[in-house]
Design a protein around this ligand. Structure first.
Ligand code: PMP
Length: 429
């Protein structure tokens, strides 16, 4: 039986100085209940909490630990680089190396700008699209999450959905008014919104595979349809590849699904766990960014040398060994097959959505293709499932509205242990 005494004490202490005891809401176990685990260290596929409990990790820091925690080449590179100072506020050759590396492995990126988070990446990409088109409005999809910039906090996924926040206080009506939303996978609704807002829509931003309402796949033709609508109406298509980039394929969803975006946003993984994001895309559009153009965007720590060396080392390893992503995909497929077997034997309705190394279980009788169908699932059951798994040493995202992220340090024994834990947990529910 796990003890959580130290995490409990730390959570008590944290709440005295940090809102809700956490520096990012999704870390709190608010929706699943209980005490968030305070993590002491991690190695490979395993997390260790303040009570020295070991867990098999299916969050991977929400994506970036794609080759496992404390990946030795990355740790070594960070330590070496840190000796030469942690920031200069001036350009470095490493930033060019990074931009060239990303350009060499991702499609449709002529120019790329580094920032410090996925939020900044999406917020900046939207500003660029607005500056480029001279239009104000944009379309996002219900249940998709693009960070916490005001414009995106309308019908957002991730923590906003987890905590069922309908309207975010502090986001003014004037800002929300320019955010047009429709259901994921509903191409007709997109066409109608574009027609109703003729010459007013600057951008359509989409998670090409959604990971912030559980994992939800684009239906055949959806992304292609968005591409077409954008082409016909002078709209900038933004793929938010913060989760999918360098995971679904080296070249992200663009490569795996064969649809080109005009602008792409990246995050997390390109810093190997250091705070990083990036936005990039077609030269003609990116040339509006300051100091080339007047669309202002800046960051004191953007292109930070420690973040750059961490990400550069990770992405270089992945580029040199494309089989790593294939191994990860194979492991996820193995997990999926194992999950299907135990869930089928359990006999209650469920959906597993899966592509590459993104996967999640929804407890409900209907296919899950958008936010409404995700929200109609049995969230209570997910909570019970989460805790049943946690006490068996499996650390899943603490929300039904998040994808699981596999990492390549997972062994087939870990996957077998996970499948066994799922079987036992379902039996307990
Ligand atoms: N876009 C997507 C698709 C995300 O999943 C996230 C974070 N989970 C973000 C943007 C925001 O990234 P960050 O938390 O680094 O600001």
């Amino acid at each position: 039986m796990y003890s959580y005494q130290s995490s409990k004490a730390l959570f008590e202490r944290a709440q005295q100085s940090i809102p809700g005891g956490v520096n990012s809401p999704v870390r709190a176990f608010k929706s699943v209940g209980g005490t968030p685990l305070f993590i002491k260290k991690a190695k490979g596929a395993y997390l260790y909490d303040a009570d020295d409990n070991q867990y098999i990790d299916y969050i991977a820091s929400w994506g970036p630990m794609i080759l496992g925690h404390a990946y030795e080449p990355v740790v070594k590179a960070i330590c070496e680089k840190a000796q030469y100072s942690t920031s200069f506020g001036a350009p470095t050759e490493l930033e060019i190396d990074m931009a060239e590396l990303i350009r060499s492995i991702t499609p449709n990126v002529d120019l790329i700008r580094m920032v410090s988070s996925g939020t900044e990446a999406c917020m900046s990409a939207l500003r660029v699209a607005r500056g480029y088109t001279g239009r104000n409005r944009f379309i996002k999809f219900e249940g998709c999450y693009h960070g916490h910039a005001d414009a995106f906090l309308v019908k957002a996924g991730s923590g906003v959905a987890t905590f069922n926040i309908q309207t975010v206080p502090g986001v003014t009506a004037a800002i929300a008014n320019d955010t047009l939303t429709c259901a994921y996978n509903d191409l007709d609704a997109v066409k109608k919104l574009v027609a109703d807002n003729k010459d007013e829509v600057a951008a359509i931003i989409v998670e090409p595979v959604a990971g912030n309402m559980g994992c939800i796949l684009p239906q055949p033709g959806f992304l292609e349809g968005l591409r077409q609508v954008c082409d016909s109406n002078g709209i900038v298509l933004i793929f938010d590849e913060v989760m999918t980039g360098f995971r679904l394929a080296l070249g992200g969803a663009q490569e795996r699904l064969g649809v080109a975006a005009d602008l792409v946003t990246y995050g997390k993984v390109i810093g190997a766990g250091m705070p990083v994001g990036a936005f990039g895309g077609k030269r003609e559009i990116m040339e509006v960014v300051a100091p080339l153009g007047n669309v202002y965007q800046a960051g004191t720590l953007s292109g930070n040398p420690i973040a750059m060396i961490a990400g550069f080392t990770l992405l270089s390893e992945m580029k040199a060994n494309p089989s790593l992503l294939q191994e990860l995909d194979n492991k996820t497929l193995y997990l999926k097959d194992g999950l299907e077997k135990v869930l089928h034997a359990w006999g209650q309705p469920y959906t597993i959505n899966h592509l590459g190394s993104m996967i999640s279980i929804h407890f409900g009788p209907h296919p899950v293709t958008d936010f409404a169908t995700a929200a109609a699932c049995d969230i209570e059951r997910f909570k019970q499932f989460f805790h049943a798994m946690l006490k068996r040493g499996i650390y899943l995202p603490p929300s039904a509205y998040e994808s699981w992220f596999l990492n390549n340090a997972l062994t087939y024994e870990d996957l077998d242990a996970t499948i066994k834990a799922v079987g036992e947990s379902l039996a307990e529910l």
